[in-house]
Design a binder for this molecule. Structure first.
Ligand SMILES: [Ca+2]
Ligand SMILES: [Ca+2]
Length: 147
């Protein structure tokens, strides 16, 4: 059993964070408008659902952007360690993602890293509780921050 790169709980937090508007001052309406806009962005074919493929790609892309601090389209080992939840695991996993030993990770490397993709697929099934095969805005975890 391969240990996941990112715990499911973390992915759920990231998913929620991705949909939550960062400014605390924003009104409920602004928050909802933002979630709607982002959902629409994730929903590539604009049919009101996120399929597993759309979800995996969008969340992976969102995570990648968060890790890529200097926005050069690459995640260096340093950037990777900065954002990794489990630092020891990150140390072991980075070389597995950077298979060609470039010294950086590109988004395509991430999408080829099976344990990570499987992890996102698992997160998808957890959100899609009644196994519809897609998720709607209503299926997403409670996006309103409690604190
Ligand atoms: Ca869709
Ligand atoms: Ca970078």
């Amino acid at each position: 059993m391969i240990k996941p790169l990112v715990p499911i709980a973390f992915i759920l937090v990231i998913s929620s964070a991705a949909f939550a508007k960062p400014t605390q001052a924003s009104s409920q309406e602004a928050q909802e408008a933002h979630q709607l806009a982002l959902f629409a962005k994730f929903d590539k074919n604009q049919n009101g659902h996120l399929t597993q493929e759309e979800f995996v790609h969008s969340i992976a892309s969102n995570l990648f952007e968060k890790f890529d601090q200097n926005k050069d389209g690459r995640v260096s080992e340093q950037e990777y360690h900065l954002h990794a939840v489990d630092k020891d695991r990150a140390k072991q996993e980075y070389p597995k993602i950077d298979v060609t030993k470039k010294g950086y990770i590109k988004f395509t490397d991430v999408m080829k890293y099976a344990p990570f993709i499987e992890e996102l697929q698992t997160a998808f099934s957890k959100i899609d509780t009644n196994n519809k095969g897609y998720i709607t805005l209503q299926d997403l975890p409670d996006l309103t921050p409690n604190n």
